[in-house]
Design a binder for this molecule. Sequence first.
Ligand code: FES
Length: 109
Amino acid sequence: MSESIVAVCPTSEVSENSAKRFEVGAHAFAVYNLGGAYFVTDDECTHGAASLADGVLDGDVIECTMHFGAFDIRTGEVVSPPCSIPLRTYKVIVKDDQVCVDLEKKAGE
Ligand code: FES
């Protein structure tokens, strides 16, 4: 595997239609399981120091519990203010029951 690909968590750690935070080195990721499909973003909200994995996942939208801003987890686009900066997404690769990300690529790349 390319050096930019890191394993984040086992697929079994994130139940369907939920989000969970994982730290790999100094980096905190939020991993989402949408009906068996996995998506990964940075865990920290772009509006402040809040964990998005602690937020409310409604379909493919994660709502931050701090000020109720929201993002599309597939694209990182802002869905609700006060957030204005898009969320970093990562290309996900599921391999050997592990959720892996390519740190150099965004979702859809
Ligand atoms: Fe997330 Fe403000 S810190 S909406």
